[in-house]
Ligand binder design. Sequence first.
Ligand code: ZN
Ligand code: ZN
Length: 401
Amino acid sequence: MDKAILLIMDGLGDLPTPKTALQKAKKPNLDKLAKEGITGLLSPVGRGVVPGSDTSHLRILGYEPKICYPGRGPLEALGIGFGLKEGDVAFRANFATLKNGVIIDRRAGRIETANASTLSKLVSMKIEDVDVIFRNSVEHRGALVLRGPGLSSCISETDPHSNAGVLECMPEDDSQEAAKTARIVNKFTEIVQKKLSEAPENKARESKGLPPANIIFLRGAGTFSSVPSFYERFGISGACVAGGALYRGVAKFIGMDIFLVPGATGDKNTNLKAKGEAAIKALETHDFIFLHVKATDSFSHDGDCAGKARFIERVDKELIPILMESGANLIVTGDHSTPCSRKEHSGHEVPILIYGSGERADHVKKFDEISCMDGGLGHITGKHLMPIFLNVLGKAKKFGS
Ligand code: ZN
Ligand code: ZN
């Protein structure tokens, strides 16, 4: 079948301590794919580059982030359902708890989503000639969009990244646009603090001893500007199955269709079977499915190598067999390494495998960082991937006559 599923396990690559999570995990299905397919090592953004998940996903899906990266804010906003317009400035946003000018809880006690939804109705407004639109997503998280003339994302954030007070937003260049945007953000912060402090929901939280969600801080500002769609660029239709808003946002940014899956939460208890079934459903109407699982990265940031290995085993048992039955070409890789020993992303290569009728097999028998050093794909970077995928699908255009 001339179709493909790309499974990205976030932060998959690791450093051996003395084994990596992939080496520790019992994963007969992934090893079978490696044995019957072709393998290699991938530097998603460039050799030795430490990628963010957003830039890495763009690069893997055929877009050069140095040219088109809109910033984290617009991608998150798209991922939680905003339809962005050219020139919109978007931010990641967080409810938090402020007391006597100091943030005492950066997540407002991980406020329940329903409660945050009620509060979020109070915080969309018009300031000067700009629409300020807030939408919450899960728990304390959300996104804010500024829509109006003469805006700029060349401004500082209001997130103190500590338990200090909310920072004043400052213009970061001399333009009128940056000055205006900073002024609007500061006005928003002032109004929101007042409105939220007086909200009945917050009074109720305080009477129950819960931290009130009485401030919203902003980070990751970016200006939205559209790019040619995945279909326009590569001539194949793409769909995305992902729990996390950022990944859905990347897919939406490049014009992929999003398949929402109940129970696909993007966390450690995500419903892998439901995600696999959604990917199979998406294959009926699309050529190329981008399927994302997040928990490998979350366990890595926690330094929990055993948990990461157990999650890989779950993927192997619950998800891979569903994908194998589809008959589509399968590509499995990560968007970067997140070594459990470092608890952070690193620039080490990530193993990759391609299995299906569109590729040859090499001599590698296991899917892990060390075995794949000997793989037939060799050492590749993200810019090689879309040409390789198109060739696997038999959709690459001939160069010359
Ligand atoms: Zn990532
Ligand atoms: Zn990460």
